[in-house]
Structures are given as C-alpha cells and as structure tokens.
Design a protein around this ligand. Structure first.
Ligand SMILES: Nc1ncnc2c1ncn2[C@@H]1O[C@H](COP(=O)(O)OP(=O)(O)O)[C@@H](O)[C@H]1O
Ligand SMILES: [Mg+2]
Length: 372
C-alpha cells in the first residue's frame, strides 16, 4: 500500500487451496488487483477494519491517526470480525485470546470513567465496526458482541435493540440470538451472538458496503451513490446459494425498518456470510433499533423515490426482490399483524415501560394496506 494506492494478489498456496475472498470483485486468479484504498475491489479487506468506535480507541491509545494498513496489523487476533487474519509474517500464529464477562465488566467501568487507563488486552485493530461502544466477549463457550449504552444517549439503547431484535424474530426475520444484561451500575448491555462463527470456526464476511461498491474519498465522503437495497438484491442474485429466499428476506427487512422507523439501516448494517461448505448467504439482520435515526429517510434507496421510507416507494421495486404484488402485499399484511404485539414483546424482553412509551411514536402498527 502506497499512499492510498493499494495492491493485492493471492499467494500461490491460497490460489491452490483458498477461495475467492469476494467472488464478484476479487476472483481467485493470478491478477494483481489495485484500488484507491481498501475499498472497491479491495473492499473485503476494508471490511475487517474498525469504524468510528474502534478508531476512537486507537486514537486515544496511540495519540495519532494510524493508516488502515497499520490498523490491520495491530492485532493478529482470531477474534477479529469475519475470517481474515492479518500479520506481517507468514509464520505468525493468530492469537486466540478472548475476553470473558469479568473483563467486560472492567471495560464497562472504563466506559463510565475513561480518564482511567484502558483495561489490559484491549482490542484496537480487531474491534468490531460501528459507532457505539462495544467489545467482543466469550461466554457459555460462544462468541458475542457486547454493545453498551452510548454515553450521551438518554434512551436505553441496549434494551431497545434487544426488543427490536426479538420483534424482528417474531416477524420471521432471521436475527442473531441476543441477551440483555443489567450491569452493576444499573445500565444495560446487550450481547449479540456472532453469526460469523460456526462453533469456534470463523466464517468469512462481506459487508453491504463492499457488495454495493460504495467509494469514499480520503475525508470519508461518499463519492458514488450506490447505497441501494436494489443493488444489494442484485448482488444476492449473483452470489447467494439461495438467492430467492435471501431477496425475500431483504424485502421483509426493509418493510420492518419502515414500520419500526429504523433509519440507521446503512450499507454496513447488512452483509453476506460464507458458510463452512463455501455457500454464500445473506447474514442475519443486526443493529436493528426501533426509532434510530429519527424521522429521516432510510439509509439506502428502495425505489423511484430514492430512500423515502414508504411502502408505496418499495412496492414499485418488486422485480428486484422477485416478488409479485400479491406476495409482497401478503408479506406486509403478515408483518403489520405481527408488529401489533410489539409492546408485549418489548416488555417480555426486559424493556421497561418508560422506554416503551418513549419509542411508541416509532412503531407503525396501524398501516392501511388496502391501497396497494
Ligand atoms: N451478530 C453479529 N455477528 C457478526 N458480526 C456482527 C454482528 N453484529 C454486528 N456485527 C459486525 O459488527 C459491526 C458493528 O456492529 P453494530 O451492531 O452494527 O454496531 P453499531 O450499533 O455500533 O453500528 C457491524 O457493522 C458488523 O460488521
Ligand atoms: Mg451498525
């Protein structure tokens, strides 16, 4: 990597025994691939980088901004998201060290008073993406992502996320298992089981950001507008081993996001996962938070009216999801019916009534579908 110019080629060994890290943009060939940073055809490598939360930790620890390549080299950790592992030397063995619940409690203490030193064994380069405070944790012999209450946030976000995931599950949307835990300080943390692990085996992951081919300049601004569910659906047609099921899942996810006003549904909150037998599938839905993003539009286009969060906008794009009007209408009716039970589901998930009242505005459970 030189400045922003990044070059990549597969090693001979990998050409023989490996698989295409991105079958659409990075086929398993002898070609030298180059890109402006870890994006475009090299986006799959960028998917292993932390986002603003991890970069905040790095900046505090190293007191300067590190390059993407330096960040990838910080932790030769097997805990890193997805199945990629980065090291300067070929014979470096990945570290298997994972955090337990006790470490997670120390981490939460540090979040409450971050003038203190970092807890030991902090993950910097390998921290999960996203903006909310989080860490990786191993409990009950499973790997989880622990997401904490953001410091400045008045709402109980871990509880709302847990309730929203349980509601999505009730609506037939595949989601990872989650648990809501009360911390000694009274705040909540949500543990979300990692879907990029099959037992202990890491599974390879490609984000929607990479699938959609989003490009950003060196100040982080998007320079092409490919943030679209329709483009994502098209990549599922090409890549997924069960494209029709996945496209329908994606359609349901959009309907759900509209109905619960989850407008933080950006390209990095979607992805595909490569199973142990080499098949690609849409990943379970994650980072679903009712009311997140306020009343703005969705974060990705869904139809001729761009990202406008309306069912009629979505209903004009049914070809992309391989659905007839009747099938789509039935999906929506089923979803609205399931969503009507949202208060019970949230309450049974441990969300307190005060929080439920505060997000009531976000849940649309009285939609009239007769007009479609
Ligand atoms: N259950 C999961 N299994 C594997 N990877 C996940 C899971 N949940 C989130 N991720 C990855 O971690 C990143 C950050 O998680 P996310 O829940 O989106 O946090 P935030 O709320 O900060 O955006 C995601 O962009 C995705 O790459
Ligand atoms: Mg996210």
């Amino acid at each position: 990597m030189k400045g922003r110019l990044a070059e990549f080629w597969y090693g001979e060994n990998f050409l023989e025994k490996g698989y295409a890290l991105d079958p659409l943009k990075l086929p398993l060939t002898r070609q030298v691939f180059s890109s402006d940073g870890l994006q475009g055809c090299l986006g799959v490598l960028g998917d292993a980088l932390p986002d603003s939360w991890g970069r905040y930790l790095i900046k505090r620890q190293y007191k300067r901004t590190l390059s993407d390549l330096q960040i990838l080299m910080l932790d030769a950790s097997r805990q890193r998201m997805g199945a990629l592992f980065f090291s300067n030397t070929l014979d470096d063995a990945p570290s298997d060290e994972s955090h337990n619940l006790e470490w997670m409690l120390q981490f939460s203490d540090w979040l409450n008073d971050n003038s203190k030193d970092f807890p030991e064994h902090m993950e910097y380069g390998s921290s999960a993406g996203g903006a909310k405070p989080k860490c990786l944790v191993n409990t009950d012999e499973q790997e989880w992502i622990a997401k904490f209450q953001p410091g400045s946030e008045p709402l109980d976000m871990p509880a709302i996320e847990h309730g929203t995931l349980r509601l999505a599950h009730a609506c037939g949307i595949p989601v990872p298992e989650s648990r809501l835990i009360a911390l000694p300080d009274g705040k909540h943390v949500i543990l979300v089981k990692r879907f990029d692990r099959n037992d202990k085996e890491p599974l390879h992951y490609l984000s929607g950001h990479t699938l959609c081919g989003v490009l950003v300049n060196d100040t982080g601004q998007v320079i092409n507008d490919t943030r679209s569910y329709l483009i994502l659906a098209d990549t599922l047609t090409k890549l997924s081993s069960q494209a029709q099921v996945d496209r329908c899942d994606l359609f349901r996810r959009i309907v759900f996001n509209i109905l619960v006003n989850n407008h933080d549904d950006h390209v990095k909150n979607h992805g595909v996962i490569r199973s142990s037998n080499g098949q690609w599938r849409l990943s379970p839905a994650f980072d679903l938070v009712a009311g997140e993003g306020g009343s703005r539009d969705l974060a990705m286009d869904i139809g001729p009216e761009g990202s406008k969060a309306s069912l009629s906008n979505l209903m004009q794009s049914l070809d992309s999801f391989g659905l007839t009007k009747k099938e789509a209408t039935n999906e929506i009716i089923a979803m609205v019916t399931n969503i009507r039970d949202w208060k019970n589901i949230f309450e049974n998930s441990g969300v307190n009534i005060n929080t439920i009242n505060k997000i009531e505005w976000a849940i649309q459970d009285t939609i009239d579908v007769s007009g479609f």
